[in-house]
Design a protein around this ligand. Structure first.
Ligand code: SAM
Length: 232
């Protein structure tokens, strides 16, 4: 069972997010538990303030470190980063993090039993969360989002489909894009002609050896065309 705790100032963002498809089934099967927590629940002041102006001046607001430290301590049951068990990953979503890849997802899905995801907003999060609280700082790509919530969804989705039993067909995750340093091969379904476009003849022959060879070649061609960096 993988437990995913999301720390956010917009817990409503996740209201229905996990109610579809593979994640819904994985939740129903008890493979994953997801919970979005309102960061304001860990403030002590009357107005539940979670942000403040940056030291040194400048534009925008910064999410304060203290409520995030309190939230992570309560959710993990650990008073310091040094006391997290190996199966606990505390992930700060940030465009400055290392890029989230299938390899990173596989590593987390294989070892973690609890993942705490910290969603930033505004100008970001007080740097001491990165320095003293997070085990991982993860970016979902080289672009800037308004908040960490969409990134948390991306990370959880990628993790859940790697959990044993989450996909109906266990081989699906093994042969997907990136799992073997290649993109997936192209897929076609009925009808055999759409908008003047046909289907590669070999896929209609029922010859499994030929089909497997075509798929391997097609995956290679597609990787060469769209992601030559993967072949290096
Ligand atoms: C507007 S961004 C802050 C950007 C920050 N000032 C910078 O330039 O690096 C607000 C929050 O969105 C989230 N975020 C933005 N882009 C992201 C990305 N590529 N991957 C993961 N999280 C991201 C982070 O949680 C971040 O704290």
């Amino acid at each position: 069972m993988l437990r995913c705790d999301i720390i956010t100032i917009f817990p409503e963002f996740f209201r229905e997010a996990f109610d579809y498809g593979i994640i819904r089934k994985a939740r129903a099967a008890g493979l994953v538990e997801t919970k979005a927590h309102d960061l304001r629940g860990w403030t002590n002041d009357k107005h539940h303030i979670v942000d403040d102006r940056p030291f040194g001046g400048g534009e925008g607001m910064v999410l304060k470190a203290e409520p995030i430290f309190a939230a992570v301590q309560e959710l993990t049951g650990c008073p310091t980063r040094e006391s997290y068990p190996l199966e606990t990953r505390v992930i700060l979503l940030s465009p400055q993090g290392r890029v989230f890849t299938q390899e990173v997802a596989q590593d987390i899905a294989k070892h973690a039993s609890q993942v705490v995801l910290i969603c930033g907003r505004y100008e970001g999060v007080d740097e001491r969360v990165s320095e003293g609280l997070a085990t991982d700082e993860i970016s979902i790509g080289d672009y800037v989002l308004s908040g960490g919530e969409p990134a948390a969804l991306v990370v959880i989705d990628a993790l859940v489909r790697l959990l044993p039993g989450a996909l109906g067909n266990e081989s699906s995750a093994t042969f997907e894009s990136f799992s073997q340093a290649l993109l997936d091969h192209p897929h076609y379904t009925r009808p055999t002609e759409v908008a003047g476009l046909g289907v590669p003849e070999v896929l209609l022959t029922g010859n499994h050896a030929e089909i497997a060879r075509w798929r391997r070649d097609a995956a290679l061609r597609k990787t060469q065309r769209n992601r030559p960096d993967l072949l290096k």
